[in-house]
Design a protein around this ligand. Structure first.
Ligand code: HEC
Length: 157
């Protein structure tokens, strides 16, 4: 019984020790990863500004918009309207951008279906919203295009 007790303590100490060691190791590998990634994104930026913007926008979309509008951009019935082939988006881009930066509520019709929900104002920079819209415009069967930070700033209240 006594041996078992000491065995458990020894295991706990070992586990704690291993955890703190691997924690330190992760910190180191994370910072070296960041350094390794930096030249790659610089190459992307240099090769094509729009590609880089779409890539940045994809990251914003995955972090923020996807939770509601879904990974395929098709939204969910009743709750979240589709961004995929959205006629609401295509009809008036500044209106759509304004909805994201200032929030949007009340009845809207997207691709013939009515939605009456609330989209909270995104807590994103003009650059992030511009990138997210550029990604959306070039994805999900939408017609393409690009949005600048200045265009986002112009509709921000
Ligand atoms: C918390 C959930 C949520 C998040 C996060 C969210 N939206 Fe929305 N979005 C909605 C809802 C709900 C509506 C419809 C609001 C209404 O019914 O008036 C909407 C409407 C829209 C519309 C107009 C309608 C359409 O389908 O074309 C666009 C464009 C849009 N969102 C883009 C975005 C983008 C881009 C992001 C990320 C930056 C985002 N949304 C994040 C919930 C969300």
């Amino acid at each position: 019984m006594k041996n078992l007790f000491f065995g458990v303590i020894a295991t706990l100490v070992t586990v704690t020790f291993l955890f703190s060691c691997s924690g330190g190791g992760n910190d180191k590998s994370e910072s070296s990863n960041t350094t390794a990634d930096a030249p790659k994104s610089m190459v992307d930026d240099a090769s094509d500004g729009k590609d880089a913007k779409i890539a940045a926008g994809k990251a914003v979309f995955e972090k923020v918009c996807q939770a509601c509008h879904q990974a395929d951009g098709k939204g969910l019935p009743v709750s979240f309207p589709p961004l995929a082939k959205s006629d609401y988006l295509a009809a008036d881009l500044p209106r759509a951008i304004a909805g994201v930066v200032n929030g949007l509520s009340g009845e809207i019709t997207v691709n013939g279906t009515k939605f009456n929900q609330v989209m909270p104002a995104a807590t994103l920079s003009d650059d992030e919203v511009a990138a997210a819209f550029t990604f959306v415009l070039n994805s999900f069967g939408n017609k393409g295009g690009s949005v600048t930070a200045a265009e986002v700033k112009a509709v921000r209240k």
